[in-house]
Write a protein that binds this ligand. Structure first.
Ligand code: F6P
Length: 342
């Protein structure tokens, strides 16, 4: 019988548990595969820290947020020994291959491990939906639902006080959450990393809304930059993958909008609320299908690949293709909605 280890790495995401459940159920039932979980991402793999993963341990999991395995932003290289340590741990534990569920940082580390001879496959994950190889990542739909509800709520309090409300959502390189939730919630301006907008333009939109007797609603992605900003707003240092920790652009914009327009303005940073709690039905289905499909990859020893969604079908892509480009919001898709801002 073949034995495989599953890990979840990077920021968590609603649907991770559904992937784990899908993989264990299909792997056991169809292929007779056996699984263990590595605790806290690459850390568990490097240290050989495992937990049992069988049918009973994944019972009822598809509706649960977070990840039962824990996660971290620790990479397998740097000071952690890389492929030699990983191969040693896998040999000691009698594990034939690894399923790494994660975003861009995880896929980069997986690619390097694969090139260094580790049997590894991947499942893409990020609420930001910015991986080019897959049409949607699970967790994105849930984040959009949560952000849309936040917009709906902010609009009622904004209307009562006749204020401009600025909501900041996640989105480091790509404004998908801002775009989708902003459209769903009827925002008057949507600001995304792909498209700098001037303060003059933002204030013109806000003022025209106010002049119609309405309360302006602005949605901004954390990675948005005003034209004079060299980089996205970051005051909290670096994360475990050495990326700047973003967050707070709404708090920069709100006083600027208030000063310029004279309209009382409040900022809300939605933050990790977007990543917590139960996945939507769409995300549960997508995550379960990806988890099931990754057992086909390991059964075929199709190492160095990950599963992805293309249209309605689950396909296989190699790590190189998966990492080639960020999937950002295309100009024409942004312009399509920008024409009705204000
Ligand atoms: O990469 C996904 C993401 O949700 C980004 O949108 C955000 O910048 C980051 O994770 C936040 O990460 P952390 O949980 O480490 O603060």
């Amino acid at each position: 019988m073949s034995k495989f280890g599953i890990l979840t790495s990077g920021g968590d995401c609603p649907g991770l548990n559904a992937v784990i459940r899908g993989a264990v159920l299909k792997g056991e039932t169809v292929y007779g595969q056996e699984f263990v979980g590595f605790r806290d991402g690459w850390r568990g793999l490097i240290e050989g820290d495992t937990m049992p993963l069988d049918r009973s341990s994944v019972r009822g999991l598809s509706r649960e947020g977070g990840t039962i395995l824990g996660t971290s932003r620790v990479g397998p290289y740097a000071d952690h020994g890389g492929a030699d340590v990983v191969k040693g741990v896998l040999a000691d534990l009698g594990i034939d291959g690894v399923i790494a569920i994660g975003g861009e940082g995880t896929a980069s580390a997986s690619k390097r491990l694969y090139e260094d001879g580790v049997n590894i496959v991947g499942v893409p994950k990020t609420i930001d939906n910015d991986l080019d190889a897959t049409d949607y990542t699970f967790g994105f739909d849930t984040a959009v639902e949560i952000a849309t509800e936040a917009i709906d709520r902010l609009r009622t309090t904004g209307n009562s006080h006749k204020r401009c409300m600025v909501l900041e959502v996640m989105g480091r390189h790509a404004g998908w959450i801002a775009l989708y939730s902003g459209i769903a919630g009827g925002a008057h301006a949507i600001l995304i990393p792909e498209q700098p907008e001037s303060l003059d333009q933002i204030c013109a939109w806000v003022t025209s809304v106010k002049n119609r007797g309405r309360s302006p609603m602005v949605v901004v992605a954390e990675g948005f930059r005003l034209p004079d900003m060299d980089a996205a707003h970051s005051t909290k240092g670096l994360d475990g993958f050495n990326r700047p920790r973003l967050g707070g652009i709404a708090e920069v914009l709100a006083p600027l909008i208030e000063d310029r327009t004279g309209i009382e303005t409040r900022a809300t940073v939605l933050g990790h609320i977007q990543r917590g709690g139960s996945p939507t039905g769409f995300d549960r289905v997508l995550a379960t299908r990806l988890g099931m499909a990754v057992t086909d990859l390991i059964a075929d020893k199709n190492w160095g690949h990950m599963v992805a969604l293309r249209g309605t079908r689950i396909v296989r892509v190699d790590f190189g293709e998966a990492l080639a480009n960020h999937k950002t919001v295309p100009q024409d898709q942004y312009q399509e909605i920008r024409v009705i801002f204000g």
